[in-house]
Design a protein. Structure first.
Length: 277
């Protein structure tokens, strides 16, 4: 008996042939769908790039629409946000622009929204309400401005109109580090029996006050006791004799509100002259 050298091939059954044909069709369809997705993604990316680059682009500062009572111009907003034109709309972050506007401009709130048709941004600004006049040291010179109820600095801008401050108080030597203390003193101004005239921030960080019917009131540098110091001013105004609280009768040291000290001026007495014989 001779061995078989070739393997005889059996004809495929109709069911098996049909299954193989279905698998081939599915592979072809999957390949076609994959290429369709790739082409759609490429076309979509290209169209998106064209829209971002040319379609959704602000071509001038006129595309900045301002609302609110700030009195600021679109040009000032563009300068604060460092926007250059043409400006791709989606290259500008509304959150970052809001932060820059609050930092650079005299506003207490800012909201920025993008609009697509036509490409523009809508900026709503509410101005700060000045409470007191103020001065601060900037680059070796004294700058004049105002502060709001939160102690925030309001620069004087010749290009925008600002209302008069709500009080006649002047804050001398404003510093951002002392902003919370300044705000607290301004908010408590009606508690002082006598108009608060000045708040002075000294170079060492100490704060002193002056009212219309007292002399200087030193609060020192400990901001943790500011509420106690304000309460002490109110209580002492009610308990001390009026003649001791006159503006020219020394100053009140409230560095330690538990032990207030009234520093009276030293009156120099001329030496007695010896009688001539």
């Amino acid at each position: 008996m001779t061995p078989r050298t070739e393997r005889s091939e059996r004809p495929l059954s109709p069911q098996l042939a049909r299954r193989r044909e279905l698998r081939r069709r599915k592979r072809r369809e999957l390949a076609v769908q994959t290429w369709r997705i790739v082409i759609c993604l490429l076309l979509g990316s290209g169209l998106g790039w064209l829209l971002l680059r040319h379609g959704w682009t602000m071509d001038s500062v006129d595309r900045i629409l301002i609302s609110g009572d700030s009195g600021l111009s679109a040009k000032q907003v563009a300068q604060s946000g460092q926007l250059s034109f043409p400006q791709p709309l989606f290259a500008m972050s509304p959150t970052e622009l809001e932060r820059q506007l609050l930092r650079d401009l005299p506003v207490q709130s800012a909201s920025v929204e993008r609009r697509l048709h036509p490409a523009r941004i809508e900026v709503h600004l509410l101005r700060q309400t000045p409470v007191a006049r103020a001065t601060r040291q900037q680059a070796g010179s004294r700058e004049r401005g105002m502060v709001d109820a939160d102690g925030g600095w309001i620069p004087l801008s010749p290009s925008s109109t600002m209302p008069m401050p709500l009080s006649a108080i002047t804050v001398h030597g404003w510093r951002i580090s002392q902003r919370p203390a300044i705000a607290k003193l301004l908010q408590a101004r009606d508690r002082f029996q006598g108009k608060l005239q000045t708040i002075t921030v000294h170079p060492d960080g100490g704060i002193s006050l002056r009212t219309s019917n007292t002399g200087r009131i030193d609060l020192g540098q400990d901001r943790g006791r500011l509420n106690e110091q304000i309460d002490a001013i109110v209580q002492l105004r009610q308990s001390l004799p009026p003649q001791l609280l006159k503006p020219n009768q020394g100053y009140l040291d409230l560095t330690n509100p538990d032990r207030p000290e009234l520093q009276l001026p030293v009156i120099s007495v001329p030496p007695e002259t010896a009688p001539t014989l």
